[in-house]
Ligand binder design. Structure first.
Ligand code: CA
Length: 506
């Protein structure tokens, strides 16, 4: 089967995406030839688009033509005028609710996880060492390394030791209105399902983020918290940390994987380094896997406010109630204001790599980004670092920045993240595994041993979204069950816990 020259999504689209580089003068339609080289993933005009008329992809107005566009022209980001973002008031809700029996059945209905007394199950069995403040980060990292070398071999049921170092804790306006976001994030990261309820916190002794702000009173005990300013010199400090860690490891070592229903699994969706194929291949395939998990009773979380803002009306249509729609609108409004304070808008999002990959603006990026949420109804909307109360598809409003969205979803309790990319990134998280799915075969050929799954064959017509989606689902269950390790974990490519802090630094 020969690959198509271009992919057009909806009949009303007046542009399409080049599957490969299209050389100048190549006939693309009976009466249209490429007027210049159309780079792979970039847009070609299928019809004449007069100045100020809409440029349509996904059946959606991406923007308006800055000048007259001829059939066969390459449309780059400089030729598109950004439209207004959709209004947030009175968005119709519940008008596109797909019923559960219309979602694809999961091919597997159980997985092997670590059951917790409360909340979702763990996909890993880890000792987490949280710092209250960045000042202690070096100590936590050195201690974690020593624990891995000296103690971990004695506790074979424990998968690893994580120093949860983060930039928050002191030198911050701890009573600022927005400080609840970083504080809530850290409180929830400490209770991540992969830590099995064991709490180990290293404090300095003079910081603003005190134990009282991080933990409920009953958890502030010498077993859980160590203040290093109280230690007499380096050796005593390290000995105390090692002794504390050993007590935690003894408890964690009793944890075992057991067969669990999909309702015990929470999976986060993210994309980064997207290109114009992301919305055609990787994201809809991951969305198909997301639908399977929701159908099986599990929880899927998607985020990245600036990447859904232009499709918010489509999300409102999938909200199950007015309350959920209102929360969605409130989170979007908050972010609009946040960006405005910085003197920018949501189009500050696309990167040079996104644009090189054919994404003209944030509208085009958003349409591709939303595809990873699948089609199921949105049952709950939460804020950054918050934990959901429901199961099913959750919208967790977080920044789109890969390294900030990740920790925020970790705080929300994801046991695994599906990460879709067009340009490629080594991104990974230490607390929960990240499965990398690329949008193009060329990406997989180049990073053959860093990308877990390629959805590129959807573009070439060799595989369907359903096939790749099912492949992603099966791989996801294997990773969640500890049977497979994604590349980022094999190499230890793990990003920092960059907590979202919209409050002032002092
Ligand atoms: Ca992202």
């Amino acid at each position: 089967m020969s690959a198509p020259l271009f992919i057009k999504v909806k009949p009303e689209d007046n542009v399409a995406i080049a599957v490969q580089d299209i050389p100048q003068r190549t006939p693309v339609l009976p009466d249209v030839k490429a007027r210049g080289l159309i780079p792979q993933a970039h847009k070609i005009a299928l019809r004449a688009i007069p100045k100020n008329q809409p440029i349509i992809r996904y059946g959606v107005v991406l923007g308006y033509a800055k000048d007259d566009i001829a059939p066969g022209d390459w449309i780059n980001e400089h030729m598109v005028i950004l439209p207004e973002s959709p209004a947030l008031d009175h968005m119709p809700y519940g008008t596109n609710l797909v019923s559960m029996d219309k979602l694809p059945d999961p091919p597997i209905t159980t997985w092997m996880g670590y059951k917790n007394a409360q909340g979702p199950a763990g996909t890993r069995n880890l000792l987490g060492i949280m710092t209250t403040v960045q000042c202690v980060a070096g100590v936590a990292r050195v201690a974690a390394e020593r624990i891995r070398k000296e103690l971990l071999p004695k506790y074979p049921n424990v998968d690893g030791v994580v120093a949860i170092t983060h930039p928050y804790g002191c030198g911050v306006a701890i009573n600022a209105a927005m400080a609840y976001i970083p504080i809530r994030s850290l409180q929830n990261i400490l209770r991540h399902p992969n830590f099995g309820g064991e709490i180990m916190v290293l404090g300095l002794g003079c910081e603003k983020l005190t134990y009282e702000r991080l933990l409920p009173p009953e958890d502030i005990t010498p077993e859980n918290c160590l203040t290093i300013q109280d230690c007499h010199g380096h050796d005593e400090m390290m000995n105390q940390i090692m002794a504390m860690a050993e007590r935690k490891l003894q408890k964690l070592n009793t944890r075992r994987r057991e067969p669990l229903p999909l309702s015990d699994l929470v999976v986060g969706m993210q994309c980064g380094g997207s290109d114009a194929f992301s919305g055609l291949t990787a994201n809809p395939s991951a969305g198909y896997a997301a639908d399977m998990l929701v159908r099986g009773g599990g929880t899927v979380m998607f985020s990245e406010v600036t990447e859904v803002r232009d499709g918010v009306h489509m999300l409102a249509a999938r909200c199950v109630s007015q309350e959920v729609r209102d929360r969605l609108a409130a989170e979007m409004k908050w972010y609009d204001d946040y960006l405005e304070q910085g003197g920018v808008d949501r189009d500050a999002n696309p990167t040079p790599g996104n644009k090189k990959g054919g994404l003209a603006n944030i509208v085009e990026k958003a349409m591709g980004s939303i595809a990873k949420s699948g089609t199921s109804p949105i049952v709950e909307v939460i804020g950054p670092g918050e934990r959901p109360a429901k199961k099913g598809l959750i919208y967790a409003a977080t920044p789109a920045s890969d390294i900030v969205c990740g920790p925020s979803q970790i705080a929300a309790g994801i046991g695994l993240q599906l990460f879709m990319t067009g340009r490629g990134t080594p991104y990974g998280l230490e607390i929960a595994p990240v499965v990398k799915i690329c949008s193009r075969n060329e990406m997989k050929d180049n990073w053959f041993d860093m990308i877990d799954i390629s959805a590129g064959q959807v573009a070439t017509g060799e595989k369907t979204i359903e096939e790749v989606g099912t492949e992603i689902f099966r791989y996801m269950i294997d990773v969640a069950s500890g049977v497979k390790k994604p590349y980022s974990d094999q190499y230890g490519f793990h990003n920092d816990m960059c907590i979202f802090n919209p409050a002032p630094i002092t």
